[in-house]
Write a protein of this length. Structure first.
Length: 342
């Protein structure tokens, strides 16, 4: 059984419980629901032999933390995978709100060498905008045969330069296609327009102002200061330690480290349950507004680092070779769940 299959089952189960918690009767006895969740999570972990899982459940502006497996508590750090994208997107929206850039700006207004092709012809620079990257409509996909992932040691600029001149899979704005390259490029744009490293800007402008005390954009700092849960991979029906070097160029699309406490706070902030500055509240709400022109599937659209369903559910998954995560929000009921697993 692959780790991803176990995590998918675990997350689907938790999302169902989240949706069930909408009625007041379910919220009136959270202890009973928590016991049910604990039993079901433990069953999944036992079957798939996952070493560690950490969960935060937000209900009625209160958070319940659950930890399973090896002896790590809700303070332990995990890679959060592509749920990192909501952080990167928020930074881009902050820069847009500040007037430093505009989502309608062409990418090559800031990266003059960023020229792409379609059907063998170079695309006018004005046709690939920052919004195309943000909403996953640029023409990039996650096909690594066309758009190889960053190699260890690569800087953001070095990596994005390897993509310049590539043949896009579709013309920008023609459709939706999820691609890590979009968010790596956004990370480089942050560096270019601010004159700071992605790590420094994110820490000073997003992470610290939101009082996320145990969220690390720098993997080396996470290893020094935090209690990092080792990554693992399943083989021969057993989980084995599995370490994967983190490329600096990959961080904006999927390699922030955090824990259940900070992510639960992050979800409360998304729900509006924790007070933030008027500007931050404005851009968080904007990050939940999906691209109206393209569908992910019949009832889902992509927003700024979030998937948004027609029923009001907001979510994102994350998966690296040795960690898996998923975050769910139901703003209409003030409930949310985060799951972090290795």
């Amino acid at each position: 059984m692959k780790k991803s299959r176990m995590t998918l089952g675990l997350l689907v189960m938790l999302s169902c419980l989240l949706l069930r918690s909408v009625p007041a009767t379910a919220l009136s006895n959270p202890a009973e629901t928590t016991d049910e969740i604990s039993t079901m999570v433990q069953e999944h972990i036992d079957k798939a032999k996952i070493p560690s899982v950490s969960i935060g459940i937000v209900r009625n502006n209160e958070v319940t933390y659950l930890s399973f497996g090896e002896q790590y508590d809700s303070n332990a750090l995990y890679q959060i995978g592509s749920t990192t994208k909501a952080f990167t997107a928020l930074a881009i929206l902050w820069l847009d709100d500040e007037g430093v850039l505009s989502l309608d700006d062409p990418v090559n207004a800031y990266l003059p060498w960023f020229c792409m092709k379609y059907n063998g012809q170079e695309i006018p620079g004005s046709d690939i905008t920052i919004a195309n990257l943000l909403y996953q409509t640029s023409g990039f996909t996650n096909d690594e045969s066309k758009y190889p992932k960053a190699k260890p040691g690569m800087t953001l600029e070095a990596y994005i330069r390897t993509l310049a001149g590539c043949e896009l899979s579709f013309y920008p704005s023609a459709q939706y296609a999820y691609a890590n390259a979009n968010y790596a490029t956004l990370g480089l744009l942050i560096e270019v327009v601010t004159g700071k490293s992605y790590q420094d800007f994110m820490s000073t402008t997003i992470i610290k102002p939101l009082s996320l005390q145990n969220t690390y954009v720098d993997p080396e700092l996470a290893a020094i200061e935090g209690n990092v849960v080792p990554g693992s991979r399943l083989s021969f029906f057993q989980a084995h330690p599995y370490d994967v070097p983190v490329s600096t160029a990959s961080i904006p699309s999927g390699y922030i480290f955090s824990n259940a406490h900070d992510i639960s706070r992050w979800l409360q902030i998304q729900l509006g349950a924790i007070e933030v500055s008027p500007q931050m509240r404005r851009i968080i709400e904007k990050s939940h507004q999906p691209d109206e022109n393209h569908f992910v599937n019949a009832n889902t659209r992509y927003a700024a680092g979030w998937f948004v369903q027609d029923d009001g559910t907001i979510y994102h998954t994350g998966g690296t070779p040795n960690y898996s995560t998923k975050f769910f929000l139901r703003p209409d009921t003030g409930t949310a769940v985060c799951v972090l697993a290795n």
